[in-house]
Design a binder for this molecule. Sequence first.
Ligand code: GDP
Ligand code: MG
Length: 163
Amino acid sequence: DKATVAIIGRPNVGKSTLFNRLVGRRISIVDDTPGITRDRIYADVEWTGKIFSLVDTGGIDFSGKDSIVNQMIRQAQYAIDTADVILLVVDANEGMTSADEEVADILRRSNKSVLLVCNKVDNFNRKDLLYDFYKLGLGDPIPISAGNGLGIGDLLDKIVAHI
Ligand code: GDP
Ligand code: MG
């Protein structure tokens, strides 16, 4: 059976940009305007002969009237229920937030493979941006720039190693 890989993380960390980068074309909408209809949140990705189904959970409406952190908890629960590998995306420039910590706690208690993806490391001389994220207890933070493509091949290698 084809594995499922889910992208989760706070609004604006670059989930849709990463989705498009991994898929190799722009099919997820890169925007944060509320109410925008996201036409595609699923796509197949092929890497070194392995194929997986990628899901941008940012395109699923978990909103209601709830706080961001509660929306993220539902997003994480959805990923735990449906995915084989979870990519928790954080914004390295913004640093760690309490929402990231709460979600990381939930993910750690699940038995899923989780990769901690530190996005917006646009310059790999700035790996100092990663240190804080070791505290999340999800293993080594993986630096990428979904925007310019840095680190994407290494991330894909790590994803397929888990499927
Ligand atoms: P989402 O809400 O998590 O889906 O985030 P988006 O993919 O819509 O991106 C939010 C903003 O971050 C957009 O302005 C993107 O252009 C920007 N962005 C995404 N990835 C990167 C990156 O690697 N580097 C930088 N500098 N900006 C990025
Ligand atoms: Mg998005």
